[in-house]
Design a protein around this ligand. Structure first.
Ligand SMILES: [Zn+2]
Length: 401
């Protein structure tokens, strides 16, 4: 690991501690020998860093269960997933979820409740805090909470029926602060951004630094990662690709505009083309199943939506020039059902330099992506400086009562 010019010995040590911890967090149990070669540090340095992380209660070190060679085997460094954890919350279109996720990305506990129609993201914070308090009752006394993050779905219907971009709203920050005042900090982010981050770190796009993650639920939103970093925009409102106008003669959109992309590729569009109630989300799976079984109306509905999907993605790849586009949420199933149509658009429309290397992928992490991504955000501070998070603090006694 190259040292920052002018960094002190102590700064370099902290940087290296972070590198070791991040490696085992992402790759799981790793031998000292492998850490030595992967991180480009010498054996004695890795040994000292691992010992420090053991002393901090962040990792364990054990002899491997099966030694492959004669001689002293290299100790295996493992993240303490059972002890070190983050709170990962998600405000989905129709449910609220809270998880405790251990270092290494392991889901230790998961609770969820329905999100009633019309409930704003801010109103959801109270019920989420209840789920968190409930989970905390079964946490061991020596467990270490390092922080939390909440993912908020793109679209929230307010009382006037208008769609608001709920993203990273100030009022949401205030509500989180009020509920988790004594605990470690909470980060809020857009659901598509966070699910995209999860696919980038642990999912189908692991190792790909330029990608577009497209998420479908009630609306359509994108998490865009360029050069390994999420594109956030002013107050986290970037990636609202569902409101990119693709059809000026199209239908009115909940945002107040007309012919937005999500009016052509959203769940409601699929249901409308299939002759179903556009508000009946449960019927999306039925339409996709009917299409797979050869039902002509359902098949045509899928083709129509897939064509618009390819059309919009072609525009996006011309703008962003990613290495991969990942389809998640309900768009995952729509992409799989209409992949040939999407691919034929992508094979023809974008500029050659934007399409020749492009991979189209179905998301790999399923509905857990959002929680796993939220935990990654929450672990960030620990991984940047492992020694500085030992006193992150727990929920206050009052909160746990
Ligand atoms: Zn719109």
């Amino acid at each position: 690991m190259p040292a920052v010019p002018g960094a002190s010995q102590e700064e370099i040590r902290r940087q290296n501690l972070g590198a070791v911890l991040r490696y085992v967090h992402l790759h799981g149990p790793t031998s000292r020998a492998e850490l030595t070669s992967r991180l480009g540090l010498n054996r004695s340095t890795i040994g000292a860093l691992a010992a420090d992380l053991v002393a901090s209660g962040l990792v364990t070190e054990e002899a491997p269960t099966t030694a492959r060679r004669a001689g002293r085997p290299s100790l295996v460094v493992s993240p303490r997933s059972d002890r070190v954890y983050a709170h990962a919350l998600s405000i989905d279109a129709d449910r609220l979820r809270a998880a405790r996720i251990g270092l290494g990305g392991r889901i230790l506990d998961l609770r969820e409740v329905a999100r009633p129609g019309g409930m704003t993201a801010v109103d959801a914070v109270g019920p989420l805090a209840d789920l968190v308090r409930d989970m905390e009752r079964s946490v061991a006394a020596d467990a270490l909470l390092v922080g939390g993050a909440v993912a908020v779905t793109d679209t929230t219907c307010e009382a006037d029926g208008r769609i608001r971009i709920a993203g990273v709203d100030e009022t949401l920050g205030v509500a989180l602060e009020a509920e988790f005042a004594v605990g470690p900090g909470f980060v809020a982010g857009d659901l598509a951004d966070i699910a995209g981050l999860a696919e980038h770190v642990r999912g189908v796009a692991a190792g790909i630094d330029d990608l577009i993650y497209l998420h479908g639920d009630l609306g359509i939103s994108a998490g865009i990662i360029v050069d390994g970093r999420l594109v956030i925009g002013h107050r986290g409102h970037s990636g609202k690709v569902g409101h990119m106008v693709v059809n000026p003669n199209g239908l009115p959109c909940g945002c107040g505009s007309r012919g937005c992309w999500e009016t052509e590729i959203g769940e409601a569009a699929l249901l409308r083309h299939a002759g179903r109630d556009p508000g009946d989300r449960a019927a999306v799976a039925e339409v996709l199943r009917a299409a797979a079984d050869g039902d002509r109306t359902a098949r045509e509905a899928v083709e129509q939506v897939a064509d618009w999907l390819g059309f919009g993605v072609a525009n996006l790849v011309n703008v962003v020039n990613p290495d991969a586009v990942v389809f998640g949420g309900s768009l995952r199933d729509i992409f799989i059902a209409g992949a040939d149509t999407v691919r034929s658009r992508l094979g023809a429309m974008p500029l050659p330099g934007s399409r020749e290397h492009l991979r189209l992928e179905a998301a790999a992490l399923g509905r857990d992506a959002v929680l796993i991504g939220a935990a990654e955000l929450a672990f960030d501070k620990l991984l940047a400086d492992p020694l500085n998070v030992g006193v992150a603090g727990q929920l206050s006694a009052d909160d746990q009562a």
